[in-house]
Design a protein around this ligand. Structure first.
Ligand code: SAH
Ligand code: SF4
Ligand code: F3S
Length: 455
């Protein structure tokens, strides 16, 4: 049976599912582009797909489990639809022990994060798919540019500026699934953004596991602050976002750039991970809680109105009650505008996985609930400061939870829900905040342009 397609009549359908972070979302746009170039068209209905593609995440056990659950469902569907083929890619594909398991789960094609560009070739080569085809590169090759991509519609787009990570935080699988850090050249990044702006995009989010170390290893002398300057100069672009920032690499030059460049939004996602110096050391994060507090203060001074957000892990091996209390204390001291909170999940192959004093599930769970409570309180308090103020909102579309209303984001990445005509979708509008909640703001559209800054 062929999974390669040529003729219009028998155009094959693909169904693509994406798990994990924005890096995967961006990769999925490329995967969709490559599939459509190879003659496939998308279907939102899993059951009618000829090719199901799962772009997977390994960051926590729960992320992998979702995929195993889906593979079980697909295996049953394949009995009813013997034409159906399953491809798996993304971070799980990079892990040898996971790959061994996949063979038993009816996966027909496996490719990795380093050889996405080979997809058309693999589809052609695996034409009969009688045997599972596994083609995964252990190490990244040179950065491949100019791949086709099917961008999500809208005013906002992701732009990957670097791949991989060299940090080896002791809990994290990403350096193993994404390889060492490689930066794209500024020219390629700028060309991509200019093209997006020509197509109507007004906001870009620059992506990397640690954007702050952008430029290392390039021939040109360019760092992330320089890149922000260059992107800020692109005419027609309104807003620049970026994620993720490693606190250790947050230089004074970068803080100044964020504070002074008009298009760069006042939001820094700089995960502290833990508030305990003992745990930060075991995590190999390269900073102390005191360093972070001082950094947060400097950012608040130099970037008026800045929103600082974090990722936080509870139950890292060796975390005792007093360490956890220090994390709670850090959440309050910094006053994070929002945080993603996680229970530590041991990942095979990482250093923390074999550390002594692993914390029980019950303790992790209890700590997570307490942490969430503290973080939600901070988020609500930070949001309440916006009540009765008029802020600039980039309108993204209809609200998913309430289609009668519109939704958009402030410069500090707060979601605002308000009533208004569909004609303002894709525009910057002033909205008066009427009610602050933990995860979003409610507001009223204002006539005119009297937006106040969020400082
Ligand atoms: N490069 C980014 C994102 C990494 S993954 C960064 O450094 O912030 C996103 C988040 O997942 C991490 O910040 C961390 O908080 C969390 N994470 C990573 N590995 C984890 C693990 N083994 N268990 C629990 N959370 C984990
Ligand atoms: Fe993982 Fe640390 Fe790299 Fe982030 S910086 S991807 S947490 S190793
Ligand atoms: Fe997951 Fe890979 Fe992203 S492990 S968080 S999809 S880099």
């Amino acid at each position: 049976m062929s999974i390669a397609v040529n003729t219009q009549e028998e155009q094959r359908k693909y169904h693509l599912m994406t798990y994990g972070c924005q890096m995967n979302e961006r990769d999925s746009e490329i995967i969709a582009g490559l599939l459509e170039q190879s003659g496939y068209r998308p279907t939102p209905v899993l059951e009618e797909a000829d090719l199901v593609v799962l772009n997977t995440c390994s960051v926590r056990h729960s992320a992998e489990n979702k995929v195993y659950g889906k593979l079980g469902q697909i295996k049953r569907l394949k009995i009813q639809n013997p034409r159906m083929r399953v491809a798996l890619c993304g971070c799980m594909a990079q892990l040898p022990d996971v790959r061994t398991r996949l063979k038993k789960l009816g996966v027909d094609l496996v490719f990795g994060t380093h050889n996405i560009h080979q997809l058309p070739l693999l589809l052609e080569r695996g034409a009969d798919m009688a045997e599972p085809c596994i083609e995964v590169w252990d190490k990244p090759g040179a950065v491949v540019e100019d791949l086709p991509s099917k961008r999500a519609d809208g005013i906002s787009a992701f732009v990957t500026i670097m791949y991989g990570c060299n940090n080896y935080c002791s809990y994290c699988i990403v350096p193993y699934t994404r390889g060492h850090e490689r930066s794209r050249s500024p020219r390629h990044i700028l060309d991509e953004i200019k093209k997006l702006v020509d197509e109507g995009v007004r906001e870009v989010t620059l992506l990397g596991q640690n954007v702050n170390s952008y430029g290392r290893g390039l021939d040109e002398q360019v760092d992330f602050a320089d890149l922000l300057n260059l992107v800020n100069g692109i005419e027609g672009l309104w807003r620049i976002r970026f994620t993720t920032s490693h606190p250790r690499d947050m230089t004074a030059k970068l803080i100044d750039a964020i504070g002074s460049l008009d298009k760069v939004c006042e939001h820094v996602h700089a995960p502290i991970q833990s508030g305990s110096n003992k745990i930060l050391k075991l995590m190999n994060r390269g900073y102390t809680r005191e360093y972070y507090f001082e950094l947060a203060e400097r950012m608040r001074k130099k970037i008026p109105g800045v929103a600082i957000t974090s990722d936080l892990i509870v139950g890292f091996p060796g975390e005792e009650e007093e360490d956890f209390e220090l994390t709670l204390d850090a959440v309050k001291r910094v006053g994070f505008d929002a945080s993603f909170t996680f229970m530590y999940s041991p990942r095979t192959g990482t250093r923390a996985c074999s550390m002594p004093n692993q914390v029980s599930r019950e303790v992790k769970h209890r700590r997570l609930l307490r942490l969430n409570e503290a973080q939600y309180q901070q988020a609500l308090e930070a949001n309440q400061k916006f009540e009765n103020r008029v802020v600039e909102v980039l309108v993204e579309g209809k609200s998913k939870t309430n289609p009668q209303k519109l939704t958009g984001r402030t410069r500090t990445n707060r979601i605002v829900v308000f009533e208004g005509p569909e004609t303002v979708i894709g525009k910057l509008v002033p909205v008066k905040i009427t009610r602050a909640k933990t995860f979003n703001l409610e507001g009223e559209l204002r006539a005119g342009k009297e937006t106040q800054s969020e400082n």
